[in-house]
Design a protein around this ligand. Structure first.
Ligand SMILES: [Zn+2]
Length: 327
C-alpha cells in the first residue's frame, strides 16, 4: 500500500493521492508546517510515485522506489543546507541519516545555508534531459535556509517552464521564504502529529516500551523527530530534575534565582526547553488527576504514571502553597 511509511497526515496523503491519480501534480510544491511531522518522508514517497512504473500510485519495492529510499536515484536531487566547503564525510552522514529514517536528520553544522552555487548547478541540470527519461524530482530540505542570492536564482527556475521536473520545497519557517517563491508553489500544510500516532510509531518502529512511548509521545508535542531525540535521554533523570525544580520553586525568591542561575550554567537551551515541556505535561497530569473523580480509572489518562505517588504529593503540596500565599 502506498504512503504506508507515513505517520498520520491522512489529509495530506489523500490530497496527494488524488492529484497523482488524476495526473494533476503541480510543477512546484511547498510542504510547510512544524518540524518532525513527516514533510520530508512524504516528499520521498511522492518522488516514488513520480518514478515508479509498477503501480497506480507506487509499489515501494521496484528498482525506482528502492533507489528513492536509498537517495541514490539519478533523477532525484536532494538539496539541504550546508557550509561552503563541507567535508564529504559530513555530507554522507546527513544523507545516511535520512536513508536510515526520513523523520530524522543529523546536522553537523551550526548555521548552514543553501548557497547560490547549488542552485546554479541545478539550473544546469534542469536544462538537460533526465537520465532515465521519467522526469526529475528536486527536493529542498529547509528551503528557508536559502541565501537571498540563491532564492532569487531559484525564482528564475520557478518562472521558466521546467519540462518534467517537479520541485518540492520543504520548510518549517515559511515566513522566511521570498513571497514570490511561495506564490509560485502549490502549498501543502502539514499539521503536528497526534500523540497517539507517535506512540504507535515508537512502539512499532523503535521497539519502545508502551510506558515510555506514552511519555515520549506526549512530551514531543506532535514532533516525531523530537520523540526520536528523546529516546537517547534518561527519562527518569529528567523527571527527577524537573520535580526537584518544581519543589524548589516553592522556596523563597532568592533561592529560585540561584537555582535558575545554576540551571542556565549547566544546561543548554535545548535541554531547558525540554525540561519546560516535561513541566507542562506534569502540570497537565496534576490537573487531570485533581479533577477526575476518585473512582474513575485515571491510569489511561495520566502520562507520568511511573511517578504517580509523587504526582499526588505534588498536588497536596501545591494546594498548601496556594493557600499559604492566599492565591
Ligand atoms: Zn515502484
Amino acid at each position: 500500500m502506498s504512503f504506508e511509511r507515513i505517520i498520520g497526515q491522512q489529509r495530506v496523503i489523500s490530497i496527494l493521492t488524488r492529484a497523482i491519480k488524476n495526473q494533476r501534480l503541480p510543477h512546484a510544491f511547498l510542504f510547510h508546517g512544524p518540524e518532525g511531522v513527516g514533510k520530508e518522508a512524504v516528499a520521498f514517497e511522492l518522488a516514488k510515485a513520480l518514478f515508479c512504473q509498477e503501480d497506480l500510485i507506487y509499489c515501494d519495492h521496484c528498482r525506482d522506489c528502492t533507489r528513492v529510499s536509498q537517495l541514490s536515484h539519478p533523477d532525484m536531487i536532494v538539496v539541504f543546507p550546508a557550509p561552503k566547503q563541507p567535508k564529504n564525510e559530513e555530507l554522507q552522514s546527513v544523507v545516511q541519516s535520512i536513508v536510515k529514517n526520513p523523520y530524522y536528520r543529523t546536522m553537523p553544522w551550526a548555521t548552514p545555508s543553501i548557497l547560490i552555487d547549488v542552485i546554479r548547478n541545478i539550473k544546469k541540470t534542469v536544462s538537460m534531459t533526465s537520465y532515465e527519461n521519467k522526469g526529475r524530482v528536486i527536493i529542498f530540505l529547509d528551503a528557508h535556509r536559502m541565501t537571498t542570492e540563491a532564492a532569487n536564482s531559484l525564482l528564475k527556475i520557478l518562472e521558466e517552464p521546467l519540462g518534467k521536473t517537479t520541485l518540492i520545497l520543504i520548510s518549517s519557517q515559511m515566513n522566511l521564504l521570498l513571497p514570490t517563491i511561495v506564490s509560485r508553489c502549490q502549498q501543502l500544510r502539514f499539521d503536528p502529529l497526534h500523540w497517539k500516532d507517535i506512540e504507535t510509531a515508537l512502539i512499532e518502529r523503535e521497539q519502545v516500551s508502551p510506558e515510555q512511548a506514552k511519555i515520549f509521545s506526549r512530551i514531543s508535542f506532535g514532533n516525531y523527530r523530537k520523540a526520536l531525540e528523546l529516546l537517547d535521554e534518561n527519562i527518569n533523570d529528567r523527571q527527577d530534575l524537573m520535580i526537584d525544580i518544581l519543589r524548589k520553586v516553592l522556596l523563597p525568591d532568592q533561592e529560585i534565582l540561584l537555582l535558575v542561575e545554576q540551571l542556565v550554567a549547566q544546561e543548554d537551551k535545548k535541554s531547558i526547553k525540554d525540561l519546560l515541556q516535561f513541566m507542562l505535561v506534569w502540570f497537565r497530569d496534576a490537573l487531570v488527576l485533581d479533577l477526575l473523580p476518585a473512582k474513575e480509572d485515571f491510569m489511561e489518562k495520566i502520562v507520568n504514571i511511573n511517578r504517580l505517588d509523587l504526582l499526588q504529593k505534588f498536588i497536596a503540596e501545591i494546594c498548601i502553597w496556594f493557600r499559604a500565599n492566599r492565591l
